[in-house]
Design a protein around this ligand. Structure first.
Ligand SMILES: Cc1cc2nc3c(=O)[nH]c(=O)nc-3n(C[C@H](O)[C@H](O)[C@H](O)COP(=O)(O)O)c2cc1C
Length: 166
């Protein structure tokens, strides 16, 4: 490691202090259905509505997202902690069993939209770029759904958290 370079472990320890919303990003199409728990997702623009998600490209199953050309970013509510664990692979369930644990619909792209998600951003992939270990997928939002009363599920210091009220 060269002088001034940051160790990956230190980077992860610092990033663990970054509180993030938890999403399950899904896809479906010619390459097949898949869902993955992510926190590396954010808004890019409202004109036109655009979001991005970063997926580990060392996991070849994640190629399905680019191959299908669509994804839905499903932002999880506080009750979805077991779903987040299932779609992170921690519980050892197959993709079929992970999807069977919740109710799904389609909005416009054909990617599964989680019924009861705090928000769903249904997207067509308009650009993709590989950076280091990950692939950044940029999605033009083609369909939307959002709730009103649900509380979000958060991830902070390597654990799920809920919002505290003042
Ligand atoms: C809280 C949390 C956040 C995650 N965020 C991301 C992410 O932003 N991008 C990513 O590629 N993987 C992320 N992962 C890891 C993937 O969820 C995991 O590698 C994937 O679901 C494994 O799928 P598989 O068992 O089908 O291979 C995250 C995991 C957890 C628990």
């Amino acid at each position: 490691m060269k002088k001034g370079e940051i160790e990956p472990r230190s980077y992860r320890d610092a990033m663990a202090n970054f509180a993030g919303a938890v999403h399950v990003v899904t896809t479906d199409g010619v390459a097949g259905r898949r869902g993955v728990t992510v926190i590396a997702a954010c808004s890019v623009s409202d004109t036109p509505p655009t979001v991005l998600v970063c997926l580990n490209r060392e996991n070849r199953s994640n190629d399905r997202f680019a191959e299908n050309g669509v994804f839905a970013l499903n932002t999880l509510a506080s009750e979805h902690r077991p779903l987040a664990a299932a779609f992170s692979g921690m519980t050892g369930l197959s993709q079929t069993d992970r999807f069977a644990a919740a109710e799904w619909e389609t909005i416009s792209s054909g990617a599964p939209a989680l019924a009861g998600a705090i928000a769903v951003f249904d997207c067509r992939i308009v650009a993709a770029r590989s950076v280091a270990t990950h692939r950044i997928l940029i999605g033009r939002v083609t369909g939307l759904r959002f709730g009103e009363g649900e509380e979000p599920l958060l991830y902070f210091r390597r654990d799920y958290r809920l919002l505290e009220r003042d």
